[in-house]
Design a protein. Structure first.
Length: 155
């Protein structure tokens, strides 16, 4: 049975490979840019949240770079990688960047196709989700950018 909820029309989402068996998406309204950055461009932050890889100065703007797989409970991205796939976002006026395994491109889906995330195998992900779409049988998690930002925001 093909349960695909993706199409050629609808809202645009940036599709991300978070882990080998986990894809996610964010609204293109929240995404500014997708880039590949050399790891030497990251400046480490001492005593920071372990999910923060560092900061990135990109086009004279400073972004916090978050290891999204690590925050969501998957294996962290290896620190030995020569470069990272990064989605640059803006959350309530704050710059934020998510490092992921791979940027998969842009997909389209109708808002009515968004399904509840409550039946997923990973209940620890639910607080970070708006819902999910399906590409065949494969769920694509629609991430709640603001909820993820609150997890790393300095107090």
């Amino acid at each position: 049975m093909n349960m695909s909820t993706l199409g050629r029309s609808g809202d645009a989402y940036l599709r991300l490979q978070v882990a080998p068996d986990c894809e996610a998406a964010i609204s293109m309204y929240q995404a500014e840019e997708a880039v590949i950055i050399p790891s030497i461009r990251l400046s480490l932050i001492p005593n920071a949240n372990p999910a923060l890889m560092g900061v990135l100065n990109h086009r004279n703007r400073v972004f916090w770079v978050l290891d999204l797989p690590y925050l969501l409970g998957f294996s962290p991205l290896p620190s030995s990688l020569p470069e990272y796939s990064v989605a640059l976002l803006r959350v309530n006026g704050n710059p934020l960047a998510w490092a992921v395994q791979r940027i998969r491109g842009v997909m389209r889906a109708e808002a009515e196709a968004l399904r509840s995330p409550l039946n997923l195998d990973s209940p620890n992900l639910v607080p970070y989700l708006q819902g999910c779409f399906y590409d065949g049988e494969q769920p694509i998690l629609v991430l709640d950018v603001a909820a993820i930002f609150r997890q790393i925001e300095p107090q």
